[in-house]
Design a protein around this ligand. Structure first.
Ligand SMILES: CC(C)(COP(=O)(O)OP(=O)(O)OC[C@H]1O[C@@H](n2cnc3c(N)ncnc32)[C@H](O)[C@@H]1OP(=O)(O)O)[C@@H](O)C(=O)NCCC(=O)NCCS
Length: 211
């Protein structure tokens, strides 16, 4: 054993050991996306994920296996407009699902769904940042990336704001609610140029106010 480490004094080695321990506990974590094959090898896991979780802010809060199977056969998870990914976390493993929508447009949308046990930890921020990087890095024609959610989905709305996305619309009564009054649909986006500069630009909302 004649490596450089053995030449270091014991205080230096102790500091190194402590550094590695701290880095492993609190160091940067990585979020990656694994493209899934909804009609093939991932079919069972996708149905399991969608049916074991609840999605209170989606049109279908408790999808059945038949609902998911129909969506798979209709191409909702993968066709020319849609593509789907597992969200993988370097420490927690597989933690969620991401679908990109309207991919034939220069302004795609997304649907992000975390697994129930990992919600409530603020992980949405790093995932949305990673998804934004993925979209702008791999899709050169895309100039803006959009998202919409129901007005009472505060967790998602805070995630948008924390990632530098700008609220652009508040569609009053735009979100039908089964058995209840409609709610608002709130739209956010990030521009490629804002993502590149790291600075969120805005616009004049009341630009035609009569004086
Ligand atoms: C939306 C989602 C991705 C957000 O992920 P998350 O990181 O787990 O979000 P959190 O629950 O940590 O909430 C983020 C922030 O909103 C706050 N928040 C959440 N619900 C809130 C509420 N009802 N009122 C006030 N604040 C609320 C949290 O306290 C947190 O703020 P803090 O960090 O200051 O404490 C995740 O909850 C999810 O997958 N939900 C189900 C699917 C869904 O609705 N997807 C959105 C469709 S695009």
């Amino acid at each position: 054993m004649g490596g450089a480490g053995s030449l270091l004094s014991w205080p230096t080695r102790l500091i190194q050991t402590m550094f590695h321990w701290v880095a492993s506990k609190f160091g940067p974590v990585a979020t990656t996306f694994t493209r899934l094959n909804p009609a093939g090898q991932d079919r069972h896991a996708l149905i399991d994920f969608m049916t074991r979780n609840e999605f209170l802010f989606h049109g279908r809060p408790h999808p059945t296996a038949a609902d998911v199977a129909t969506s798979i056969s209709e191409g909702a998870y993968r066709d020319e407009d849609n593509d789907s990914f597992w969200v993988d976390h370097s420490e927690l493993g597989r933690i969620g699902f991401l679908r990109l929508e309207d991919l034939s447009d220069r302004s795609p949308l997304f649907d992000l769904r975390l697994d129930g046990p990992v919600r409530g930890r603020g992980l949405g921020v790093e995932i949305l940042r990673a998804a934004t990087t993925y979209v702008f890095d791999t899709m050169p024609d895309v100039t803006r990336f959009e998202g919409q959610t129901r007005e009472d989905n505060i967790a998602m709305r805070k995630t948008f704001v924390r990632c530098g996305w700008l609220k652009e619309a508040h569609y009053r009564d735009g979100w039908p609610v089964a058995g209840g009054a409609p709610m608002a649909s709130v739209a956010y986006s990030i521009l490629r140029r804002d993502w590149e500069s790291g600075h969120t630009t805005t616009f004049i909302w009341d630009d035609l106010v009569d004086s």
